[in-house]
Write a protein that binds this ligand. Structure first.
Ligand SMILES: CC(C)(COP(=O)(O)OP(=O)(O)OC[C@H]1O[C@@H](n2cnc3c(N)ncnc32)[C@H](O)[C@@H]1O)[C@@H](O)C(=O)NCCC(=O)NCCS
Ligand SMILES: Nc1ncnc2c1ncn2[C@@H]1O[C@H](COP(=O)(O)OP(=O)(O)OP(=O)(O)O)[C@@H](O)[C@H]1O
Length: 230
């Protein structure tokens, strides 16, 4: 099994690239969706977060007001670390559960779309690591346009993450998404062929089919050994 890490900065284009993988029938595990589930009303993560941040972060319907919580944690590093600490166990177990479900189904290449791949030290599980990079001005403009946010809010969110330059330096593959969507599509086609190249032996043994072949080999070996000795 090949676990491809897909990461980048906020609004650098991870979800756009992730949709391209899905269109090409490659499974994607989306950490943002798992993180959203971890904050759903009455879940374990929700209870811990409400206990720590107080009922002021709730909407009238009892759900977490994500905009409000976002404003708090993206402008205060210690509160952000607290939120990360509370949700991390739910997010990582959610990611591993999704990987396991796809492994059972026999998927051989799985893309992990994890914004905080490096920050959460999950990069050690993935190879290759694809970083979607964008120049700082384009990143700020796209973020403000997409979220309809002020420059201050957008800068706070960008500064809450490890620098995109550092992420780029630790990548196996960099996708520069500063240009047009057409440019991105062209670069994506090159990356897709790298991601889909044949599995290495190690990756094969880690896949469901590889593990079953190994098990079958052991069973045949044991049976053949028994026949020889009895
Ligand atoms: C603070 C929250 C409620 C804000 O929700 P909101 O709907 O406004 O944003 P959303 O969840 O869609 O995240 C948008 C982007 O923000 C960035 N981001 C999210 N959480 C963090 C964080 N803790 N630190 C740095 N960047 C973050 C990511 O690039 C993400 O793609 C939410 O982001 C959250 O619960 N974050 C903590 C969980 C987490 O770490 N998520 C990232 C998954 S690896
Ligand atoms: N090449 C491009 N040209 C123009 N707009 C783009 C391009 N790529 C992405 N966008 C737009 O930029 C915005 C950010 O992209 P996207 O949502 O894919 O980023 P992201 O990295 O997934 O963000 P987040 O970290 O918040 O999840 C979106 O509005 C998207 O439509």
């Amino acid at each position: 099994m090949r676990l491809v890490g897909l990461t980048g900065g906020i609004a650098s284009g991870k979800s756009t690239v992730s949709s391209m993988f899905k269109h090409n029938h490659i499974s994607v595990v989306d950490a943002d969706i798992i993180a959203r589930d971890a904050l759903k009303k009455n879940s374990g993560g929700y209870k811990k977060v409400v206990a720590a941040f107080g009922p002021d972060i709730l909407q009238d319907d009892g759900q977490v007001d994500r905009l409000k919580l976002g404003r708090i944690v993206f402008s205060d590093a210690s509160k952000r670390q607290l939120l990360n600490r509370l949700l991390a166990p739910y997010i990582s177990s959610g990611i591993f559960l999704e990987i396991f479900k796809l492994w059972i189904k026999g998927h051989k290449v799985i893309v992990l779309d994890i914004p905080l791949l490096f920050e959460a030290k999950m990069d050690k599980w993935t190879k290759p690591i694809v970083v979607v990079w964008v120049d700082p001005e384009t990143q700020l403009r796209r973020l403000m346009e997409r979220d309809n946010s002020t420059e201050e809010d957008a800068r706070n969110r960008i500064n809450a993450q490890m620098s995109l330059e550092l992420k780029k330096s630790q990548a196996d593959i960099v996708i520069d998404n500063t240009g047009s969507r057409q440019d991105l599509q062209e670069r994506f086609s090159e990356v897709l062929s790298q991601v889909k190249r044949p599995l290495t032996w190690t990756e094969f043994w880690l896949s469901r089919d590889g593990a079953l072949s190994a098990l079958l080999g052991v069973i045949i070996g044991v049976l053949a050994g028994k026949k020889l000795f009895w």
